[in-house]
Design a protein. Structure first.
Length: 150
């Protein structure tokens, strides 16, 4: 009985995590899990063959998404300073968005570039940028001077 109750409580806690309710990926594709069942959503702007990342707020409202080369806001516009990220078109794990500890408005945007083009760019590998969601009237922006950091 206790084990069943613990399982239900863990499941209910997981259902309250809405930061991943919305996904944008591929050829302008999007899916939402906000009602418990998946359904397609329009508006996505990226054309990515492989890796992408999306994050929503605690209520499940879209905040941003990226293909590792650009980052879009919830209105599907490229954020200020949001293009020119160093991932490539063929990075299976192109990007990850992580909340900055102790700062609810800032996020780390990690990207990994692809090596398929044979480029030995000195900035290749893992880089990160800082997104501040309090900038640009709450739509977010990559912080000036905090982009493509090694």
């Amino acid at each position: 009985m206790c084990l069943a109750l613990a399982g239900i409580l863990c499941w209910m806690g997981a259902m309250c995590q809405k930061e991943n309710d919305t996904w944008y990926f591929g050829g302008r594709a999007g899916v939402s899990f906000s009602g418990g069942a998946a359904f397609g959503i329009p508006g996505g702007q990226m054309m990515q063959l492989e890796g992408a990342a999306t994050i929503s707020d605690g209520n499940g409202n879209l905040m941003m998404y990226t293909d590792g080369q650009s980052v879009w806001d919830r209105n599907h516009n490229v954020m200020p300073n949001g293009s020119g990220l160093l991932s490539g078109p063929s990075s299976a794990m192109a990007a990850v968005i992580v909340p900055q500890p102790c700062n609810q408005s800032r996020y780390y945007l990690f990207v990994v570039n692809d090596r398929t083009s044979g480029s030995m760019n000195p900035l290749s590998g893992l880089t990160y940028s800082i997104v501040d969601m309090s900038q640009n009237n709450g739509l977010g922006s990559i912080v000036s001077g905090q982009k493509n950091i090694l």
